[in-house]
Write a protein that binds this ligand. Sequence first.
Ligand SMILES: CC(C)(COP(=O)(O)OP(=O)(O)OC[C@H]1O[C@@H](n2cnc3c(N)ncnc32)[C@H](O)[C@@H]1OP(=O)(O)O)[C@@H](O)C(=O)NCCC(=O)NCCS
Length: 292
Amino acid sequence: MITIRTAAPEELPQLRDLWRKCFGDPGAYVDIFFQKFCSIDQVLVVDDDGEVDSMAAMLPGAIQLPDGTEVPVGYVYALATNPYMQGKGHARQLLRYADDFLQKRGDKAMVLVPASPSLHRFFEAVGMDECFATRKVEILTSALSGDTGGGVMTPVSPREYNEIREGYLKNTFHMTYTDQMISFQQIGSHLAYGDLYKIEIDGVVGCAAIEYVQKRRLLTKELLIPTDKMGKAVETIAKEMEASRYHIRTPAFWDGLPGSYTQAFGMIKWYDLGLHSKYFAQQDAYLGLGFD
Ligand SMILES: CC(C)(COP(=O)(O)OP(=O)(O)OC[C@H]1O[C@@H](n2cnc3c(N)ncnc32)[C@H](O)[C@@H]1OP(=O)(O)O)[C@@H](O)C(=O)NCCC(=O)NCCS
């Protein structure tokens, strides 16, 4: 028989195992997540006769609306079903349970980033709508000019990163993060030979969260700097971090790099009817760090 409930502390090894099977992340990353960033009572599990078959973390998050109001949302992270139990409706039932769980906690919406483009349809079927987009571009080293415009890139603390980030995103519809969650991104970047940086060009200060996704592929998960400085920012990154291909993500509403295109990224299910009717058509809100 299936029960959906919050996880128990003694189930941590099972959650760790499930995470490894479904996402392949290093054990150190998963351990740090549960030790520092997510208490066990924020994890929902599907229990099938005493066996934990599915899980999802319900991280407390917030969205800042264009008028500056912040609304609490539940950020669903690490949704996973044991491979041999997939396709039996576990994730669907867990997400239905999560609707009640999050609303009772006071959240106004559920937010998540589908792990692959093909999953958007599945999440649509459970009532989620497209809301957050990202602008992407891939640049080959051979297409770079080497002109950094004197740009300087320096590692920064999560707090300083967050201050720069919020400075740029003020009065836009975007996902905000606590310094604590930004430090989770920093740990992920460190494990992938990257970091959080500030980039200074002509006295203008931007920020970038960077990691290697493969040996010679560098992903800038978010680059926030005025559009006229983006090209030089990429040159600065390339000067400091060697790769054969640079993947850059910026907000959908900032078109600063030639050849970039926008792509659906994060989805939302509003629980607040007023906010739903006001923002249901929103398609280019900014999420940036999906910890994906
Ligand atoms: C995605 C996942 C959590 C679904 O769990 P589940 O318990 O099998 O989900 P359900 O049985 O409720 O529903 C399965 C549906 O998801 C669809 N699905 C699963 N993986 C998919 C993928 N990569 N692309 C498209 N659809 C997918 C199935 O086709 C099925 O759709 P259907 O109901 O229309 O037939 C599970 O496949 C998984 O753990 N995947 C690996 C980790 C992952 O990608 N997690 C998602 C993070 S956002």
